[in-house]
Design a protein around this ligand. Sequence first.
Ligand SMILES: Cc1ncc(COP(=O)(O)O)c(C=O)c1O
Length: 402
Amino acid sequence: MDLRRCGIHTRAVHAGERAERPRFTPVSTPIYPSVGYLYDEMADLDAVFAGSQPGYVYPRYGSPTVAALEAAVATLEGGAEAVATASGMAAIHLVLVSEGVGPGQRVVAAQDVYGATYALLGDLFRALGAEVHFVDACDLEAVRATVRRTAPRLVLVETISNPLLKVADLPALATIAHEAGAALAVDSSFASPYLVRPLEWGADYVIHSATKYLSGHGDVMAGVVVAGEERCQAMRERQKLVGGNLGPMEAWLALRGLKTLPLRMRQHLANALEVARWLAAQPGVARVHYPGLPEHPQHAIARRLFRPGHYGGMISFELAGAGREEVFRFMEALQLCLPATTLGDVYSLVLYPAMSSHRALTAEERARIGVGDGLVRLSVGIEEAADIIADLDQALGVGRET
Ligand SMILES: Cc1ncc(COP(=O)(O)O)c(C=O)c1O
């Protein structure tokens, strides 16, 4: 149709669109915000709907920029496929729903999973009628006993826990889950596939808050689940119904960030080891939690499962004799490390668990699980290690002076 002969409304809607059918290939995947997709023949659209032909029909069913991110993360994790979501929490929710965790069904989860995951299971899924059992994931006998007793659909753990950085024995947990017919889902947001690939250790799902290391620049919220073909297909079917899909702009940002994941991780991990060793030698620091230190309770597991010589970019440490006031003073004195409520960015970031992730717990409850009032979590960035250490040193000095 000759648009120039059409009315202004028609011209405004169609002019400039679809002028070119690409005969070129962009080097990096473009952002496809389009909600609809056209095919020359209706039979092709029908076949795409039926799943017998690849293609796109509507973003809740999948879209090209998101698919590029999914393919990239699946490749990095060594999985068959991946499904991207609007956030890490949406990814966890999708796994639970897709595995059939619902009324009368059981799920066993690590007791120190991320706070929102704990609430999702303990509040929302319990209210929906699911039976939720929290266990210490490092106590394999306790996990085995709970899994045998409850026969859950799913066992959910984190590779590295927050904020005490306990390392899960993934192959042992996979065996325990599989013996009872349960699937093992591993939230590996703190580790990234650079450090460890949980599918290779027997996990059935790997979950990421891609908001963290995968994207890495503190400018996008995203989630992703990597699993086998069948499980991904089941998740896509759920996603068609419940939404929670990732948008194309966010997918593009995450995909862009992902390209430098190994480079960033190399620097995060080298910096973290240096900073952890330095912190451990400071009189103002009572204790350092870092899987790379020989005294860490799961150091041997980390050595076995993680990339040789690498232990993650997250550190927690206890300021000696400190409470809320002293920690606030320390955090306010930092000039390079930013007190922001996230992790895994290029920037070094500090967080006070007693005020944020573990705020809902009483001081006694926090003390019982080892999250004392002097505990600070540090997400070590990719700056120079010496500069991070200098900043920590001067802030510890402020604490010493007062
Ligand atoms: C281990 C872990 N899993 C999941 C999430 C949730 O991710 P998002 O904030 O992208 O929803 C977080 C967020 O901090 C996290 O730390």
